[in-house]
Design a protein around this ligand. Structure first.
Ligand code: MLT
Ligand code: ZN
Length: 482
């Protein structure tokens, strides 16, 4: 793809101005900002072509559409420092973006912020096999890190279906979770240290990966999960974990969520080799069947299935069989599917990993990402059924998620007013169950108005104070989080 570029030379800048749309031409702050950074960034780092910017201003679900007149894509840490300093000086706001895979509108500019994309900041992706750590630039994709780590039989603990596009910086900024949180935790457990540029233009010290460091308050964990409201992450050190020698998967049918919850508890007490307990509702299975033209091998009746994965250095297949023998009744055992080798394993994960895309083909879903104490999952499920019934066939609900973490993705499809009604009711329900309105996708821009349901006034005030300390005037991500 050919990028139209604003060059460093003043003559080219004039050309760039001529090419810009009316807002840009008449916005003196933005023009000053371009002049300030043009001399500092490489050719190709500044893009003003609306056609080229457009994919960066719409989110993955196509639901959130923002606007921006300018995209900047620095290639290194210093470039990010220059951009943030220039933005402060020229009073320009920045929207940070990694792989633009946010599912909560957190990566899209809402009010003409300049897009600061980290996608070109991706030279460094080094794995140290002696310390089991990786040092990576923020724009490196998860898939690339997985490839590098695999050379040493290692992997990052966090894995996501969007691994081909999701960047490590974005994953850290949103404290991404994914498929194996049960075993390895979310990004906060993986990040050892990071380098960043704070919203006041100052830099954090070098990224030094000390496995242990108790020299006072640590700032990295604060940045992780702050959704770019404090700093731009430029480089990270991550813990890696060994790839298990063998894996085995079972897909087990259940009639009712509480049965699945007690099965999950039972198998977790039996072994420490479980690497995933994922949940797929019957509706989600039907959506994948329809979208992919395939038939699910387990016959009715069932309401949900659990995908249970064992990853161990012993014989995962034997371990899985023993676990299932000790925990399933006769009829469940007969309909359980087993994946014991590469092909059958992938065949079972297919049902889980195809859901998001399959839902997307049906329309633009409103994606809720809920967590409640695991004991309350049954009540949550039933109450959502009641809400759906109350809307008399006007709401489609597709549920799946990470049962082992008490995290259910509830995807709503229907007319916009119906979605809004259901959303409010479901969030109120979750708050009443002491749950969270987002377990892993983050608040972004879509859930801001509901944050007060699950955080106290005082907590929100403290968050605002923190943002004001590190990102005064909210140069970074002014419309994200709160
Ligand atoms: C997943 O668990 O697959 C992701 O969170 C994506 C989604 O919720 O659609
Ligand atoms: Zn998820």
């Amino acid at each position: 793809m050919h990028f139209r570029i604003v060059c460093a030379m003043f003559a080219s800048l004039r050309t760039a101005r001529a090419r810009c749309n009316l807002d840009l031409v008449t916005n003196p702050s933005l023009i000053k900002f371009i002049e300030t950074i043009s001399a500092k960034l490489d050719e190709g780092a500044i893009v003003d072509d609306p056609e080229l910017i457009s994919p960066f201003t719409t989110d993955w679900t196509q639901r959130v559409k923002g606007n921006s007149d300018l995209l900047v894509r620095p290639k290194d840490h210093q470039g990010v420092v220059d951009v943030v300093k220039a933005a402060i000086q020229c009073r320009v706001k920045l929207q940070i973006q990694g792989g633009n895979t946010s599912l909560s509108g957190g990566s899209v500019p809402q009010a003409g912020e300049v897009l600061l994309s980290l996608s070109r900041l991706n030279s460094r992706c080094e794995v140290d096999p002696d310390t089991l750590m990786a040092k990576v630039d923020a724009g490196v994709t998860l898939e690339r890190l997985q490839r590098e780590a695999m050379k040493y039989h290692l992997m990052p603990g966090v894995d996501l279906a969007s691994r081909g596009s999701a960047t490590i910086g974005g994953m850290a900024a949103t404290n991404a979770g994914g498929l194996h949180v049960l075993r390895y935790g979310s990004m906060r457990s993986s990040v050892v240290s990071l380098r960043c540029v704070w919203g006041d233009g100052t830099e954090s010290p070098r990224n030094i990966p000390l496995a242990k460091d108790n020299s006072g308050i640590s700032f990295s964990p604060l940045v992780v999960g702050s959704e770019g409201t404090l700093a731009v992450i430029t480089e990270l050190s991550l813990r890696l974990v060994p790839v298990s020698a063998s894996r085995a998967v079972a897909v087990v049918p259940f009639m009712w969520i509480p049965e699945a919850v007690s099965f999950a508890g039972k198998v977790r007490r039996m072994t420490d080799s479980i690497s995933a307990i994922e949940m797929i509702s019957k509706r989600a299975i039907r959506v994948v069947e329809e979208s992919k033209g395939v038939i699910f091998p387990i016959k009715d009746p069932f309401e949900i299935v659990l995908l249970l994965e064992i990853a161990s250095n012993g014989n995962a297949s034997n371990e899985l069989t023993e676990i299932l023998d000790g925990s399933l009744d006769e009829s469940q055992s007969q309909s359980t599917l087993l994946g014991m080798d590469g092909g059958t394993l992938a065949g079972l994960w297919f049902w889980r990993e195809s859901i998001t895309e399959a839902i997307q083909r049906r329309g633009e879903p409103l994606k809720l990402d809920l967590s409640v104490p695991i004991a309350a999952l049954g009540e949550l499920w039933q109450s959502i059924d009641t809400i759906q019934k109350g809307l008399a066939g006007r709401l489609e609900v597709v549920r799946f998620g990470h049962l082992g973490d008490g995290n259910i993705h509830v995807n709503l499809l229907g007319a916009e007013d119906i979605l809004k009604r259901a959303e409010v009711e479901i969030y109120q329900l979750v708050a009443g169950l002491d749950g969270s309105i987002t377990a892993e996708h983050g608040i972004g821009t879509l859930k801001k108005e509901f944050l007060q349901l699950v955080r106290t006034e005082r907590e929100l005030a403290r968050m605002r104070e923190l943002i004001e300390i590190f990102n005064p005037g909210r140069t970074l991500n002014p419309n994200v989080l709160l």
